[in-house]
Design a binder for this molecule. Structure first.
Ligand code: C5P
Length: 311
């Protein structure tokens, strides 16, 4: 195999609760993560040199070490230098469709795709568990992006337990163009505001909410799933960015099952029981807000992580 084409899906958070700070200074989390069909498209092929070249159709995407896809290639070279000597460098072409720095794991899913592609192209023969372990070095969301679907994520976000899939549901996503939120900023500010409560919040109460959501997912109780969406990071992002707060308030009145910010934001999503409902809601947002700076997407929830396409 000389060329690898991949589809790299985005994710949304259905639940994100911060429990406290860990010794490695990351936050200990309980999350429910969900893949969606909105995806980046990635092509990787041998370039006959010893370089890794990254190309992207979106000028907001960095083409250096700050890009997780680039770091994924560097990580594989460092771990498998003999394979690098045999096969050499690759060109990585990212067709970016997922909004950048939006809380949708767009960078993480591209990084996951590069790991899977180099595993195939360089015949490393790593299995999914080994790839997930390796990918932890690249970011907390990258292991989830490999397998995708619907999963409980704990630890930093890297410890995964797959649960019943929700691929009967749809989502409308709303993101202001050129408006992004830094994930470290969101966590640092959460710590400033709520650090004194870390590890102290009534765990019975917390687990009831979380368990209720997982229970609703296992019973495919769509209405209840919508009601139980939860994201602690909203508590710092929404008061600081009133434009996002207003957007969430507006969308939550358009008739979806539930409306929330994904990850560290700023994307707001609303869950819907059908494509028709999602289309109706998208039309209402377009007509009522009349904001050409607001990007809207309709996407189905998905049961897939990275897909390797037949050439
Ligand atoms: O793991 P990732 O590189 O995506 O994390 C980006 C930043 O988000 C970290 O540097 C950290 O500031 C914050 N973070 C955190 N706890 C997590 C995940 C991320 O504090 N579980």
């Amino acid at each position: 195999m000389k060329i690898c084409n991949l589809v790299a899906p985005a994710k949304i958070n259905l639940y994100l609760e911060v429990l406290g700070e860990r010794v490695d200074h990351y936050h200990e989390l309980i999350m429910v993560l969900q893949s969606i069909e909105l995806s980046d498209y990635i092509k990787i092929y041998f370039n006959g040199t010893r370089d890794f070249n990254l190309y992207c159709n979106n000028s907001l995407v960095p083409l250096n070490e700050t890009n997780i896809a680039y770091r994924a290639a560097q990580l594989i070279v460092k771990k498998f230098p003999k394979f690098f000597d045999s096969y050499g460098g690759v060109d990585i072409i990212i067709n970016k469709c997922i909004p950048v720095a939006a809380g949708l794991a767009g960078g993480s899913t591209d990084g996951a795709a590069v790991l899977l592609a180099l595993n195939l192209l360089w015949k490393l023969k790593l299995n999914k568990t080994e790839l997930e372990k390796l990918s932890e070095n690249l970011g907390s969301d990258v292991p989830f992006c490999i397998t995708g679907g619907t999963a409980i994520a704990t630890g930093r976000g890297e410890t995964l337990n797959p649960i019943e899939n929700l691929d009967n549901l749809w989502v409308v996503l709303a993101k202001y163009q050129n408006f992004s939120i830094s994930t470290p900023w969101a966590y640092q500010n959460y710590k400033k505001r709520f650090g004194e409560y870390y590890w102290k919040i009534d765990s019975n109460n917390r687990n009831n909410n979380f368990k209720s959501l997982v229970n609703a997912i296992s019973h495919k109780n769509d209405k209840r799933i919508g009601e139980l969406l939860h994201n602690d990071l909203e508590k710092v992002v929404l008061p600081k960015h009133l434009v996002i707060n207003k957007l969430k308030s507006f969308i939550s009145k358009t008739g979806g099952l539930g409306t929330m910010m994904s990850g560290s934001g700023p994307t707001i999503f609303t869950l819907c029981e059908s494509y028709e409902k999602a289309q109706d809601i998208k039309n209402v947002i377009t007509q009522e807000l009349q904001d050409s700076n607001l990007e809207l997407f309709i996407s189905k929830l998905s049961n897939n992580g990275i897909k390797i396409m037949e050439n």
